[in-house]
Ligand binder design. Structure first.
Ligand SMILES: [Zn+2]
Length: 122
């Protein structure tokens, strides 16, 4: 990784981290709602995802040049927790409840946002 990250790449990386922070907030709310065995199942899925996660990404600086960047570990951690939650949710949708996984009643199961902040219609 170059010592100075070009501006456009830096912005893309910052946006990537912002999304991972939003995902973490949602995933943490679902995680904290679980009992210990469901949390353990989530931890196991997440650890598999972390082992398989890409550590680098190509970001387009302009039409002809792309830069390789190291993905921050905390963003990888946040995104894999989010994915583990999504896997548990999808299984629950298919009537496969892993280790007593339950959905927090204050979150919308479709978009994950707090139900209080929802607009009508969705
Ligand atoms: Zn929703």
């Amino acid at each position: 990784m170059p010592k100075t990250i070009p501006t456009k790449t830096g912005k893309a990386l910052a946006a990537f981290q912002d999304v991972s922070q939003e995902r973490l907030q949602y995933a943490k709310a679902v995680y904290d709602h679980q009992n210990h065995t469901a949390q353990d199942a989530i931890d196991r899925i997440q650890s598999v995802l972390i082992r398989q996660a890409r550590r680098r990404a190509y970001v387009g600086e302009n039409k002809t040049s792309r830069v390789v960047v190291e993905l921050p570990n905390d963003a990888i951690w946040n995104n894999t927790l989010y994915m583990a939650i999504e896997i548990m949710k999808d299984l629950a949708y298919m009537d496969i409840r892993v280790s007593g996984f339950t959905w927090p009643p204050d979150l919308c199961i479709e978009c994950g946002k707090p139900i209080k902040r929802h607009k009508r219609g969705h």
